[in-house]
Design a protein around this ligand. Structure first.
Ligand code: NAD
Length: 263
């Protein structure tokens, strides 16, 4: 595999895109993968499927201590860290600014930016020294919403645009030791949830009626992606042998958002 002997840490790796990345990284030869998950019940399924190839840490990506604990658990078990995949995220279900009270805007901003932006910065901070030591790389999951309007409300879209700046500035700061890149999926069949501040913490993107068909119809490539469709990009960006000249890059894996036809 392209990742023989690598050690990775994936946040939000219990479901959706993160879980598919964990599975693919192990298939590509990773010696071990640390997985940061939100709740204890998410840990069981991972251990059942991947056994001693994973070490699972339960925590909140908004917590500095939980990020440090996940990094340290990974290094304690597998001896080093080559690849950080920041991926845990929350969507806003297209929440419009004018449909929220100003108080709700403030709360939802803190929640969405807390997970989608602060969570990535804290993971980078916690992993930095180990990645410098291994000459490793960071990969962050962004979105079509990192580049275009219309894939969420203003809070989600702004949070994913912020990820572009974060990737570029971290790539700048960490060169030449650590490459920093991103993958930007488009609409994908996952249980991506909403913010508790909008009462949507149990709502799942994959349960929106007609979501799959409407994404497929709107996209030039005419299908909606499955989590597995994005995993090769993470493998490529993680692999020193195959992308050592690539940093501050974001691979779009979105069925052609850029080239959508006029309706
Ligand atoms: P998902 O819900 O399956 O994965 C997100 C994971 O993050 C979940 O396992 C969840 O438990 C975890 N998480 C959420 N908040 C957390 C917190 N505070 N602390 C720790 N973990 C937390 O959904 P997904 O679609 O696989 O999402 C992964 C990434 O992909 C996200 O960054 C999302 O924005 C991005 N994305 C998804 C789509 C899509 O259509 N599904 C499109 C573009 C980008």
């Amino acid at each position: 595999g392209w990742l023989n002997g690598y050690v990775a840490l994936v946040t939000g790796g219990a479901s959706g895109i993160g879980r598919a990345v964990v599975k693919r990284f192990i298939a590509e030869g990773c010696a071990g993968v640390g997985v940061m998950v939100r709740s204890a019940d998410q840990a069981d399924g991972l251990v059942a499927e991947f056994g001693d190839k994973v070490v699972v840490s339960v925590g909140d990506v908004r917590s500095p201590a939980d990020n440090v604990a996940a990094v340290e658990a990974t290094v304690a078990r597998f001896g080093k860290l080559d690849t950080l995949v920041g991926n845990a995220g929350v969507w806003d279900f297209f929440a419009k600014l004018e449909r929220m009270s100003t108080e709700q805007v403030a709360e939802s901003f803190d929640e969405i930016f807390g997970v989608n932006v602060k969570g990535y910065v804290l993971a980078a901070s916690a992993a930095a020294a180990h990645l410098r030591a291994s000459g490793g790389s960071m990969i962050f999951t962004l979105s079509n919403s990192a580049f275009y309007a219309g894939g969420g409300g203003p809070l989600y879209v702004a949070s994913k645009h912020a990820g572009v700046g974060l990737i570029k500035q971290l790539a700048y700061e960490f060169a030449p030791d650590v490459r920093v890149n991103g993958v930007a999926p488009g609409g994908t069949v996952t249980p991506l949830r909403g913010p508790a501040s909008l009462g949507k913490q149990e709502k799942r993107l994959s349960e929106i009626p007609g979501f799959e068909d409407s994404v497929a119809n709107a996209m030039p490539l005419k299908f909606i992606a499955q989590p597995e469709d994005h995993t090769g990009h993470y493998v490529l960006l993680a692999s020193k042998a195959n992308s050592r000249a690539t940093t501050a890059a974001i691979l779009q894996s979105d069925c052609g958002w850029e080239i959508r036809p006029m309706r």
